[in-house]
Design a protein around this ligand. Structure first.
Ligand SMILES: Cc1ncc(COP(=O)(O)O)c(C=O)c1O
Length: 374
């Protein structure tokens, strides 16, 4: 099969995955503030690091079962049962190294040439590139700023048809910071009805919510059986068996010592998660206030994750050109909204995974750039 990656979505994926795209400018001596990176700037909590180091010393350096160590599968099953209010057992959990293998394996297992997959746009670009890769049809559902980056459920319902195999949801959302509330999730579930369509529910940011509570479609009666929970690798046992085979054929297994640390991360002291969330919220408040004072920018208050997604149409600059200019002229690295799909035109994505001091400095630089160029 010819590789159907398009250059644009592959390029988006590469921009998102390279640690520091601005590095060539830094090598020329330019000072860059990095607000493009989608990864928390906090170190892994000490109890988790110590657990990993202890596991290495105890010899957890060998292959383990492809589906994951029984201790971690049980810890995940218990955690998800408690937080999603549905009974989950260990054989419904597949441990994989990171989030992307679940995206890759779900699409590979469920979508074929000619099938359709509905996915959020703007959204995490790997969805679209993986759907294209398997030769399925990528059907975007537009996230709308006027709905706080939620979706229009009638529009969503109109996209579902007999060829729809998979629906991807993501809340809290990358890149918009939008959070789907309980009513919106129920409306989405009603639109899907009792059709035999799987839902890949990407909930990797579920602990980073600033307003309201996280709600999963998995908690709605009749949906546990049709949901693949991304963030924890939870799915029906028969599907888990297929995913496990894909793990055997690709990664063998997830590194054993990191799984021991995973048990500690789920069962040990949770205060570091609250501290991170509180700090992200403090930065979000200050940064969004600052963005809204910039000429041509307007930004909704994100309700979760650690991103701000301002509308920049008031600058009259296309997003990519604006992101490039901010990098080259102002020394502020961010991502063009178009890195997240066509409906990202008119927006930029900033990550607040940087210190308040650097966020403030970035705002000052952007303000000065705007005074000269807008
Ligand atoms: C919404 C979303 N899903 C999945 C992932 C992938 O996670 P990982 O880096 O663990 O593969 C990311 C990473 O940025 C993300 O933002």
């Amino acid at each position: 099969m010819a590789c159907p990656f398009t250059t644009s979505n592959l390029a988006s994926a590469i921009v998102l995955l390279s640690a520091k795209p601005a590095d060539p400018l830094e090598r020329q001596g330019k000072d860059i503030i990095h607000l493009e990176i989608g990864e928390p700037d906090f170190d892994t909590p000490t109890n988790v690091v110590e657990s990993a180091v202890g596991a290495l010393h105890k010899g957890w350096t060998h292959y383990g079962p492809s589906a994951g160590l029984p201790e971690l599968r049980l810890a995940i099953a218990e955690y998800v049962s408690r937080t999603r209010s549905v009974p989950v057992s260990s054989d419904e959990v597949v441990v994989v190294p990171g989030g992307k293998p679940i995206i890759f394996f779900s699409i590979l297992a469920l979508a074929d040439v000619g099938d359709e997959v509905i996915y959020p746009n703007p959204g995490f670009p790997i969805y679209e590139s993986m759907i294209n890769y398997v030769g399925a049809r990528a059907v975007p559902i537009q996230l709308r700023e006027e709905r706080d980056f939620g979706l229009d459920v009638n529009e969503f319902a109109s996209l579902i048809n007999d060829r729809t195999r998979l629906i991807i949801l993501n809340s809290p959302q990358n890149p918009t910071g939008g959070v789907l509330n309980k009513k919106e999730i129920h409306d989405i579930a009603d639109a899907i009805g009792d059709r035999n369509i799987m839902v890949l529910s990407d909930e990797i940011y579920s602990r980073l919510i600033f307003e309201g509570e996280h709600f999963s479609i998995m908690s709605i009666p009749g949906f546990k059986e049709r949901t693949i929970l991304l963030g924890y690798g939870v799915m029906r046992a028969d599907l888990a068996a297929h995913m496990t085979r894909l793990m055997t054929n690709s990664n063998s297994c997830t590194a054993s010592f990191t799984q021991i640390a995973g048990v500690e991360a789920l069962r040990g002291d949770q205060s570091s998660v609250d501290r991170m969330r509180d700090e992200f919220m403090r930065r979000r408040d200050a940064f969004v206030l600052g963005l809204n004072s910039l000429k041509g920018f307007s930004c909704r208050m994100p309700k979760g994750a650690f991103y701000a997604f301002p509308n920049t149409t008031g600058t009259e600059w296309p997003s990519k050109k604006l992101a490039d200019a901010l990098l080259e002229d102002a020394g502020v690295a961010c991502l063009s909204g178009t890195a997240f799909g066509d409906f990202g035109e008119g927006y930029l994505r900033f990550s607040v995974a940087n210190s308040l001091e650097n966020l403030t400095k970035a705002l000052e630089r952007m303000g000065q750039w705007g005074a000269k160029n807008l």
